[in-house]
Design a protein around this ligand. Structure first.
Ligand code: B12
Ligand code: SF4
Length: 286
Protein backbone atom coordinates (compact mmCIF):
# COMPACT_ATOMS: atom_id res chain seq x y z
CA UNK A 1 0.00 0.00 0.00
CA UNK A 2 1.24 3.51 -0.88
CA UNK A 3 1.08 5.30 2.48
CA UNK A 4 1.25 9.08 2.49
CA UNK A 5 1.35 11.56 5.34
CA UNK A 6 0.13 15.09 4.49
CA UNK A 7 1.28 17.58 7.07
CA UNK A 8 -0.64 20.65 8.18
CA UNK A 9 1.82 23.29 9.36
CA UNK A 10 1.17 25.19 12.57
CA UNK A 11 0.02 28.84 12.45
CA UNK A 12 0.76 30.18 15.94
CA UNK A 13 0.40 33.72 14.55
CA UNK A 14 -3.38 33.22 14.18
CA UNK A 15 -5.64 34.13 17.12
CA UNK A 16 -6.92 30.55 17.02
CA UNK A 17 -5.58 28.04 14.51
CA UNK A 18 -8.29 25.45 15.18
CA UNK A 19 -11.08 27.20 13.30
CA UNK A 20 -10.77 26.45 9.57
CA UNK A 21 -9.85 22.95 8.36
CA UNK A 22 -7.07 22.65 5.72
CA UNK A 23 -9.15 22.32 2.55
CA UNK A 24 -6.06 22.31 0.29
CA UNK A 25 -4.62 19.21 1.99
CA UNK A 26 -8.07 17.62 1.98
CA UNK A 27 -8.36 18.18 -1.79
CA UNK A 28 -4.91 16.70 -2.42
CA UNK A 29 -5.62 13.77 -0.08
CA UNK A 30 -8.87 13.02 -1.90
CA UNK A 31 -7.03 12.90 -5.24
CA UNK A 32 -4.38 10.60 -3.76
CA UNK A 33 -7.02 8.31 -2.26
CA UNK A 34 -8.57 7.93 -5.71
CA UNK A 35 -5.13 6.90 -6.95
CA UNK A 36 -4.88 4.09 -4.42
CA UNK A 37 -2.93 5.85 -1.67
CA UNK A 38 -3.67 5.36 2.01
CA UNK A 39 -3.85 8.98 3.22
CA UNK A 40 -3.14 10.31 6.69
CA UNK A 41 -3.42 14.03 7.46
CA UNK A 42 -1.19 15.01 10.38
CA UNK A 43 -2.67 18.04 12.14
CA UNK A 44 -0.90 17.81 15.48
CA UNK A 45 2.38 19.32 16.66
CA UNK A 46 5.19 18.94 14.12
CA UNK A 47 7.28 17.17 16.75
CA UNK A 48 4.69 14.36 16.61
CA UNK A 49 4.89 13.64 12.87
CA UNK A 50 5.01 9.86 12.37
CA UNK A 51 8.42 9.00 10.94
CA UNK A 52 7.72 5.69 9.22
CA UNK A 53 5.97 6.88 6.04
CA UNK A 54 7.35 6.43 2.55
CA UNK A 55 5.72 9.66 1.29
CA UNK A 56 5.24 13.10 2.91
CA UNK A 57 3.50 16.17 1.50
CA UNK A 58 3.49 19.78 2.77
CA UNK A 59 1.34 22.68 1.48
CA UNK A 60 2.32 25.76 3.51
CA UNK A 61 1.46 29.41 3.00
CA UNK A 62 4.43 31.81 3.20
CA UNK A 63 4.25 32.40 6.97
CA UNK A 64 4.15 28.63 7.54
CA UNK A 65 7.11 27.88 5.28
CA UNK A 66 9.93 28.04 7.84
CA UNK A 67 8.23 25.43 10.03
CA UNK A 68 7.64 23.19 6.99
CA UNK A 69 11.33 23.41 6.13
CA UNK A 70 12.33 22.50 9.68
CA UNK A 71 9.93 19.54 9.69
CA UNK A 72 11.35 18.31 6.36
CA UNK A 73 14.87 18.31 7.83
CA UNK A 74 13.73 16.35 10.92
CA UNK A 75 11.98 13.73 8.79
CA UNK A 76 15.11 13.40 6.60
CA UNK A 77 17.30 12.80 9.64
CA UNK A 78 15.21 9.82 10.83
CA UNK A 79 13.87 8.59 7.50
CA UNK A 80 16.43 9.46 4.77
CA UNK A 81 14.71 7.49 1.99
CA UNK A 82 11.29 9.10 2.39
CA UNK A 83 10.10 11.20 -0.54
CA UNK A 84 9.13 14.65 0.75
CA UNK A 85 7.31 17.03 -1.57
CA UNK A 86 5.85 20.51 -1.34
CA UNK A 87 2.86 22.19 -3.04
CA UNK A 88 0.28 24.81 -2.10
CA UNK A 89 0.40 28.62 -1.89
CA UNK A 90 4.09 29.12 -1.06
CA UNK A 91 5.43 26.57 -3.54
CA UNK A 92 3.25 28.13 -6.23
CA UNK A 93 4.57 31.61 -5.51
CA UNK A 94 8.21 30.66 -5.10
CA UNK A 95 8.95 27.33 -6.82
CA UNK A 96 12.60 28.25 -7.50
CA UNK A 97 13.19 28.94 -3.79
CA UNK A 98 11.63 25.60 -2.86
CA UNK A 99 13.78 23.77 -5.41
CA UNK A 100 16.90 25.32 -3.85
CA UNK A 101 15.70 24.24 -0.40
CA UNK A 102 15.97 20.58 -1.34
CA UNK A 103 12.37 19.31 -1.56
CA UNK A 104 12.19 16.10 -3.58
CA UNK A 105 9.50 17.58 -5.81
CA UNK A 106 7.80 20.97 -6.07
CA UNK A 107 4.18 21.00 -7.24
CA UNK A 108 2.89 24.25 -8.78
CA UNK A 109 -0.86 24.99 -8.73
CA UNK A 110 -3.70 22.48 -8.37
CA UNK A 111 -2.65 19.30 -6.59
CA UNK A 112 -5.66 16.97 -7.03
CA UNK A 113 -4.39 15.18 -10.10
CA UNK A 114 -0.60 15.55 -10.28
CA UNK A 115 0.41 14.77 -6.69
CA UNK A 116 0.27 11.00 -7.24
CA UNK A 117 2.70 11.47 -10.13
CA UNK A 118 4.94 13.67 -7.96
CA UNK A 119 5.26 10.80 -5.47
CA UNK A 120 5.53 7.89 -7.87
CA UNK A 121 7.55 9.31 -10.76
CA UNK A 122 10.92 10.99 -10.91
CA UNK A 123 10.21 14.73 -11.23
CA UNK A 124 11.72 17.65 -9.36
CA UNK A 125 8.96 20.01 -10.55
CA UNK A 126 5.40 19.41 -11.74
CA UNK A 127 2.85 21.93 -12.92
CA UNK A 128 -0.70 21.09 -11.89
CA UNK A 129 -3.26 21.52 -14.64
CA UNK A 130 -5.82 24.23 -14.02
CA UNK A 131 -8.93 22.15 -14.70
CA UNK A 132 -12.59 23.21 -14.40
CA UNK A 133 -13.41 22.75 -10.70
CA UNK A 134 -16.33 20.37 -11.39
CA UNK A 135 -13.76 17.83 -12.65
CA UNK A 136 -12.27 17.49 -9.17
CA UNK A 137 -13.84 15.26 -6.51
CA UNK A 138 -15.57 16.81 -3.49
CA UNK A 139 -12.85 17.14 -0.79
CA UNK A 140 -13.23 14.15 1.51
CA UNK A 141 -13.98 15.56 4.97
CA UNK A 142 -13.57 12.11 6.54
CA UNK A 143 -9.79 12.26 6.06
CA UNK A 144 -9.48 13.84 9.51
CA UNK A 145 -11.52 14.95 12.46
CA UNK A 146 -13.54 17.87 11.11
CA UNK A 147 -15.11 18.60 14.50
CA UNK A 148 -11.69 19.39 15.97
CA UNK A 149 -11.99 22.71 14.10
CA UNK A 150 -14.35 24.88 16.13
CA UNK A 151 -16.09 27.51 14.13
CA UNK A 152 -19.47 29.04 14.95
CA UNK A 153 -21.95 31.20 13.16
CA UNK A 154 -25.01 32.44 15.07
CA UNK A 155 -24.02 29.95 17.78
CA UNK A 156 -24.20 27.01 15.35
CA UNK A 157 -21.19 24.80 14.52
CA UNK A 158 -20.01 25.88 11.08
CA UNK A 159 -17.53 24.71 8.48
CA UNK A 160 -15.98 25.99 5.27
CA UNK A 161 -16.73 25.30 1.62
CA UNK A 162 -14.44 26.79 -1.06
CA UNK A 163 -16.47 26.97 -4.28
CA UNK A 164 -14.28 29.10 -6.54
CA UNK A 165 -10.63 29.89 -7.15
CA UNK A 166 -9.01 33.05 -8.43
CA UNK A 167 -10.07 36.67 -8.63
CA UNK A 168 -10.13 39.14 -11.57
CA UNK A 169 -8.85 42.08 -9.50
CA UNK A 170 -5.26 43.16 -8.93
CA UNK A 171 -4.91 44.56 -5.41
CA UNK A 172 -1.21 45.24 -4.85
CA UNK A 173 -1.11 43.58 -1.40
CA UNK A 174 -2.76 40.38 -2.56
CA UNK A 175 -0.71 37.31 -3.33
CA UNK A 176 -1.95 35.50 -6.39
CA UNK A 177 -0.54 33.91 -9.49
CA UNK A 178 -3.47 34.04 -11.83
CA UNK A 179 -6.43 36.27 -12.49
CA UNK A 180 -8.76 33.84 -14.20
CA UNK A 181 -11.65 32.74 -12.05
CA UNK A 182 -12.96 29.20 -11.84
CA UNK A 183 -16.26 28.20 -10.24
CA UNK A 184 -17.98 25.07 -9.19
CA UNK A 185 -21.20 24.94 -11.18
CA UNK A 186 -24.36 25.68 -9.21
CA UNK A 187 -25.23 21.96 -9.33
CA UNK A 188 -21.88 20.79 -7.95
CA UNK A 189 -21.92 23.56 -5.31
CA UNK A 190 -25.38 22.43 -4.18
CA UNK A 191 -24.16 18.82 -4.06
CA UNK A 192 -21.36 19.81 -1.65
CA UNK A 193 -23.74 21.93 0.47
CA UNK A 194 -26.09 18.92 0.68
CA UNK A 195 -23.24 16.65 1.75
CA UNK A 196 -22.26 19.00 4.58
CA UNK A 197 -25.92 19.28 5.61
CA UNK A 198 -26.96 15.62 5.42
CA UNK A 199 -23.73 13.66 6.08
CA UNK A 200 -22.01 16.04 8.51
CA UNK A 201 -25.11 17.73 9.97
CA UNK A 202 -23.89 21.30 9.52
CA UNK A 203 -26.53 24.03 9.59
CA UNK A 204 -24.05 26.90 9.15
CA UNK A 205 -21.52 27.47 6.38
CA UNK A 206 -18.68 29.83 5.58
CA UNK A 207 -17.56 30.59 2.05
CA UNK A 208 -14.04 31.94 2.71
CA UNK A 209 -12.99 32.28 -0.90
CA UNK A 210 -11.92 35.48 -2.58
CA UNK A 211 -15.33 36.56 -3.90
CA UNK A 212 -18.16 34.10 -3.47
CA UNK A 213 -20.75 36.37 -5.10
CA UNK A 214 -18.85 37.16 -8.29
CA UNK A 215 -21.19 35.03 -10.44
CA UNK A 216 -24.67 36.49 -9.87
CA UNK A 217 -26.76 33.68 -11.33
CA UNK A 218 -24.83 31.00 -9.43
CA UNK A 219 -25.20 32.97 -6.18
CA UNK A 220 -28.95 33.19 -6.73
CA UNK A 221 -29.24 29.43 -7.27
CA UNK A 222 -27.11 28.69 -4.19
CA UNK A 223 -29.20 31.12 -2.11
CA UNK A 224 -32.41 29.43 -3.19
CA UNK A 225 -31.02 26.12 -1.98
CA UNK A 226 -29.56 27.47 1.29
CA UNK A 227 -32.95 29.02 2.03
CA UNK A 228 -34.74 25.73 1.37
CA UNK A 229 -32.41 23.98 3.82
CA UNK A 230 -32.75 26.79 6.39
CA UNK A 231 -29.00 27.25 6.73
CA UNK A 232 -27.15 30.36 7.92
CA UNK A 233 -24.04 31.46 6.09
CA UNK A 234 -21.23 33.97 5.71
CA UNK A 235 -19.13 35.02 2.74
CA UNK A 236 -16.64 37.56 1.50
CA UNK A 237 -17.73 40.34 -0.84
CA UNK A 238 -16.34 43.38 -2.60
CA UNK A 239 -18.15 46.71 -2.42
CA UNK A 240 -18.20 47.15 -6.20
CA UNK A 241 -20.12 43.89 -6.76
CA UNK A 242 -22.64 44.82 -4.08
CA UNK A 243 -23.18 48.21 -5.72
CA UNK A 244 -23.39 46.62 -9.18
CA UNK A 245 -25.91 43.93 -8.18
CA UNK A 246 -28.00 46.30 -6.04
CA UNK A 247 -30.12 46.25 -2.89
CA UNK A 248 -32.53 43.54 -4.07
CA UNK A 249 -29.61 41.16 -4.46
CA UNK A 250 -28.44 41.86 -0.89
CA UNK A 251 -32.00 41.42 0.37
CA UNK A 252 -32.26 38.09 -1.47
CA UNK A 253 -29.00 36.91 0.17
CA UNK A 254 -30.19 37.97 3.61
CA UNK A 255 -33.51 36.20 3.16
CA UNK A 256 -31.65 33.02 2.23
CA UNK A 257 -29.79 32.96 5.57
CA UNK A 258 -26.80 35.26 5.03
CA UNK A 259 -25.89 36.64 8.47
CA UNK A 260 -22.44 38.14 7.95
CA UNK A 261 -20.14 39.38 5.20
CA UNK A 262 -16.46 40.27 5.27
CA UNK A 263 -15.54 43.18 3.03
CA UNK A 264 -12.09 44.63 2.41
CA UNK A 265 -12.18 48.37 3.07
CA UNK A 266 -8.39 48.76 3.30
CA UNK A 267 -8.29 52.55 3.65
CA UNK A 268 -10.35 55.71 4.03
CA UNK A 269 -7.97 57.52 1.71
CA UNK A 270 -8.70 57.53 -2.01
CA UNK A 271 -5.00 58.10 -2.66
CA UNK A 272 -4.03 54.97 -0.76
CA UNK A 273 -6.76 52.92 -2.48
CA UNK A 274 -5.20 53.99 -5.76
CA UNK A 275 -1.64 53.25 -4.62
CA UNK A 276 -2.62 49.71 -3.58
CA UNK A 277 -4.55 49.29 -6.84
CA UNK A 278 -7.77 48.40 -5.01
CA UNK A 279 -9.88 49.20 -8.07
CA UNK A 280 -12.67 50.72 -5.96
CA UNK A 281 -13.46 54.26 -4.85
CA UNK A 282 -14.24 55.38 -1.30
CA UNK A 283 -17.75 56.23 -2.48
CA UNK A 284 -18.39 52.69 -3.73
CA UNK A 285 -16.99 51.13 -0.56
CA UNK A 286 -19.12 53.47 1.61
C1 B12 B 1 -9.65 29.97 3.04
C2 B12 B 1 -8.40 30.81 3.18
C3 B12 B 1 -7.95 31.07 4.47
C4 B12 B 1 -8.67 30.57 5.71
C5 B12 B 1 -8.47 29.10 5.96
C6 B12 B 1 -7.09 28.58 5.70
C7 B12 B 1 -7.02 27.10 5.88
N1 B12 B 1 -6.96 26.62 7.09
O1 B12 B 1 -7.03 26.39 4.91
C8 B12 B 1 -8.12 31.51 6.82
C9 B12 B 1 -9.13 32.63 7.00
C10 B12 B 1 -7.81 30.89 8.17
C11 B12 B 1 -6.87 32.05 6.15
C12 B12 B 1 -5.88 32.65 6.86
C13 B12 B 1 -4.76 33.22 6.30
N2 B12 B 1 -4.51 33.33 4.99
CO1 B12 B 1 -5.64 32.57 3.63
N3 B12 B 1 -6.65 32.03 2.16
C14 B12 B 1 -7.73 31.30 2.05
C15 B12 B 1 -8.16 31.21 0.57
C16 B12 B 1 -9.24 32.27 0.34
C17 B12 B 1 -8.66 29.88 0.05
C18 B12 B 1 -7.74 28.69 0.38
C19 B12 B 1 -8.42 27.40 0.01
O2 B12 B 1 -8.88 26.66 0.85
N4 B12 B 1 -8.51 27.13 -1.29
C20 B12 B 1 -9.09 25.90 -1.83
C21 B12 B 1 -8.04 24.82 -1.88
C22 B12 B 1 -8.56 23.57 -2.55
O3 B12 B 1 -6.98 25.36 -2.66
P1 B12 B 1 -5.49 25.48 -2.10
O4 B12 B 1 -5.48 25.65 -0.63
O5 B12 B 1 -4.74 26.46 -2.90
O6 B12 B 1 -4.90 24.02 -2.42
C23 B12 B 1 -4.62 23.60 -3.74
C24 B12 B 1 -3.17 23.87 -4.18
O7 B12 B 1 -2.58 24.96 -3.54
C25 B12 B 1 -2.45 22.60 -3.94
N5 B12 B 1 -1.95 22.25 -2.61
C26 B12 B 1 -2.31 22.66 -1.39
N6 B12 B 1 -1.65 21.99 -0.42
C27 B12 B 1 -0.84 21.11 -1.05
C28 B12 B 1 0.03 20.14 -0.55
C29 B12 B 1 0.74 19.33 -1.45
C30 B12 B 1 1.66 18.31 -0.91
C31 B12 B 1 0.57 19.51 -2.85
C32 B12 B 1 1.34 18.67 -3.80
C33 B12 B 1 -0.30 20.47 -3.35
C34 B12 B 1 -1.01 21.25 -2.45
O8 B12 B 1 -3.45 21.64 -4.26
C35 B12 B 1 -4.72 22.08 -3.72
C36 B12 B 1 -5.82 21.54 -4.60
O9 B12 B 1 -5.71 22.03 -5.91
C37 B12 B 1 -6.81 31.60 -0.13
C38 B12 B 1 -6.97 32.31 -1.45
C39 B12 B 1 -7.03 31.38 -2.59
N7 B12 B 1 -7.77 31.74 -3.57
O10 B12 B 1 -6.40 30.32 -2.62
C40 B12 B 1 -6.12 32.50 0.91
C41 B12 B 1 -4.60 32.49 1.01
C42 B12 B 1 -4.09 31.07 0.95
N8 B12 B 1 -4.36 33.03 2.34
C43 B12 B 1 -3.34 33.80 2.40
C44 B12 B 1 -2.89 34.44 3.57
C45 B12 B 1 -1.78 35.47 3.40
C46 B12 B 1 -3.43 34.15 4.81
C47 B12 B 1 -2.95 34.70 6.17
C48 B12 B 1 -1.45 34.69 6.34
C49 B12 B 1 -3.58 36.09 6.34
C50 B12 B 1 -3.08 36.83 7.58
N9 B12 B 1 -2.35 37.90 7.34
O11 B12 B 1 -3.34 36.40 8.69
C51 B12 B 1 -3.67 33.78 7.16
C52 B12 B 1 -2.79 32.68 7.70
C53 B12 B 1 -2.87 31.44 6.93
C54 B12 B 1 -1.90 30.42 7.40
N10 B12 B 1 -2.31 29.45 8.18
O12 B12 B 1 -0.73 30.52 7.08
C55 B12 B 1 -2.65 33.94 1.06
C56 B12 B 1 -1.37 33.11 1.03
C57 B12 B 1 -0.27 33.80 0.33
C58 B12 B 1 1.06 33.20 0.60
N11 B12 B 1 2.07 33.89 0.15
O13 B12 B 1 1.22 32.18 1.19
C59 B12 B 1 -3.80 33.49 0.09
C60 B12 B 1 -3.32 32.86 -1.21
C61 B12 B 1 -4.67 34.76 -0.15
C62 B12 B 1 -4.04 35.81 -1.02
N12 B12 B 1 -4.45 35.87 -2.26
O14 B12 B 1 -3.18 36.57 -0.61
N13 B12 B 1 -6.89 31.86 4.82
S1 SF4 C 1 -10.33 41.50 -4.43
FE1 SF4 C 1 -9.46 40.22 -2.78
S2 SF4 C 1 -8.76 38.35 -3.77
FE2 SF4 C 1 -9.09 39.87 -5.39
S3 SF4 C 1 -7.11 40.83 -5.76
FE3 SF4 C 1 -8.17 42.11 -4.25
S4 SF4 C 1 -7.57 41.28 -2.22
FE4 SF4 C 1 -7.00 39.73 -3.78
Amino acid sequence: MKRVCLVRCPSPFLLDEWVFPPIGLMAVGTGLKQNGFEVFIHDEKLSKIPLDYRFYGFGPTSPEYSSALEAKESIRRYNPTAKIIIGGPYATINPEGCLKDGWDCVVWGDGEIVTAQAFLEDHSFIKGASRPLDEYPIPDRSLFNLRKYKCYLEGLPATTLVSSRGCPNHCGFCCKNYSHVRFLSAGRLIEEIDMLYHTYNYRALLFPEDIFIINKKRTELACEHLKKLGMVWRCLVRGDFIVKYGKDFVKMMKESGLVEVGMGVESGSQKILEIVNKGESIEVIK
